[in-house]
Ligand binder design. Structure first.
Ligand SMILES: NC(=O)c1ccc[n+]([C@@H]2O[C@H](COP(=O)([O-])OP(=O)(O)OC[C@H]3O[C@@H](n4cnc5c(N)ncnc54)[C@H](O)[C@@H]3O)[C@@H](O)[C@H]2O)c1
Length: 326
């Protein structure tokens, strides 16, 4: 265990990288040492704002004295080569989701991190959403019984900056990972449908059906719905929950039914009004929780809550969906 602030660097200061640097700057157990990007204006802006060194050259950046760990927030297609070089130069790595775009490469990164005794965390941010953490507790308590179906909806307008991934790899991978986390299992059957509605070169909508024995998960993702929705609902044998990832709200409905025999002697189930309850949660920024956890794993030699293996599994399922569609 070390009390020394962890020296942090961020690679790729775009949409996600700027949120990483903003959050690291608010965590007092780490210090932002440097940043790396291919764009001069980006480097200039953030190195000034956060009083750190900016590098275009990855090798020089990785050799910065005091740099212990990096967040890789560059486009998905760059994750593998950058992560490999970072681990080989002795850095702990947090790779934004998805881990990379190739299962063999993901496995190689996992083995490299193990061999060099470096932490590898994959940024499946929803695992740090307070509403998801509470939902996991509710499921474990048995309040809604055995989940029979999970339905996730993650839709919205097209993100112009994403140029290298389809909507399954980019968005559905969140829900695929959350389903595995909540059910503690991976799917036994995978099917789906996808298409290119507004984009000619990549899938921008998909419906995915995942079977987990007698339980199932349905995911709707797209970049074509004009409003942003990030929801999850779960029906269990004893109740129902609705979760909103963005507002971190959670509604719990406990079923109220009794089993009886009607006047003809036939077995019936009588449903009464459910016991409805809004679960009150303290709202917190999931990314700050994720980055603090990464720092804690480094300082206290802990295993990350989302390992490279789990990141690889989510990628594997996402790629399998694509294979099944075509
Ligand atoms: N966890 C989440 O909810 C979430 C949300 C958005 C994006 N992401 C992930 O974050 C990653 C980046 O997405 P984004 O939306 O921030 O993209 P972006 O295009 O906004 O930003 C990428 C940045 O990386 C820089 N860059 C490109 N190639 C580079 C290289 N070789 N070396 C260093 N810098 C390089 C670009 O100049 C840019 O500043 C993707 O993998 C994406 O899947 C995760």
């Amino acid at each position: 265990m070390s009390d020394k602030p962890v020296g942090i660097g961020i690679i790729g200061l775009g949409n996600m990288g700027k949120n990483h640097i903003r959050n690291y700057a608010r965590i007092d157990t780490c210090k932002v040492i440097g940043i790396c990007d291919v764009q001069d204006d980006v480097l200039e802006q953030f190195s000034k704002e956060y009083d750190c060194k900016g590098f275009k050259d990855l090798t020089k950046f990785l050799n910065t004295p005091g740099l212990d760990a990096v967040s890789i927030t560059s486009p998905t297609r760059t994750h593998y080569t950058i992560a490999k070089q970072a681990i080989l130069s002795g850095k702990h790595v947090l790779i934004e989701k998805p881990i990379c775009d190739n299962v063999d490469h993901a496995q190689e990164l996992i083995e490299l991190a193990e061999k060099h005794n470096r932490k590898l965390l994959v940024g499946h941010i929803e695992r740090f959403n307070p509403a998801v953490l509470k939902l996991k507790e509710i499921l474990a308590s048995g309040t809604i019984g055995k989940p029979t179906s999970l339905i996730a909806k993650r839709v919205g307008a097209f993100p112009a900056q994403i140029k290298d991934a389809n909507v399954i790899i980019d968005l559905a991978v969140h829900d695929i990972d959350i389903f595995s986390y909540l059910l503690d299992q991976t799917p036994t059957e995978i099917t789906g449908n996808a298409g290119r509605a507004l984009n000619s070169n990549r899938e921008d909508y998909a419906q995915i059906f995942l079977k987990y024995g007698d339980q199932s998960g349905i995911i709707q993702v797209n970049w074509i719905t004009p409003i942003r929705i990030r929801n999850l609902s779960i029906t269990g044998t004893k109740g129902y929950v609705e979760l909103n990832y963005m507002t971190q709200s959670l509604m719990l409905y406990e079923s109220n039914y009794s089993s009886d025999f009607d006047s003809f002697g036939d077995f019936i189930i009588k449903f009464g009004e459910p016991n409805k309850q809004e679960v009150i949660l303290e709202k917190q920024e999931p990314l700050k929780l994720e980055l603090s956890h990464f720092i804690e794993c480094i300082q206290q030699d802990k295993t990350p809550l989302i390992t490279g293996l789990q990141g690889k599994k989510a990628l594997e399922i996402a790629l399998e969906v694509i294979k099944k569609i075509y």
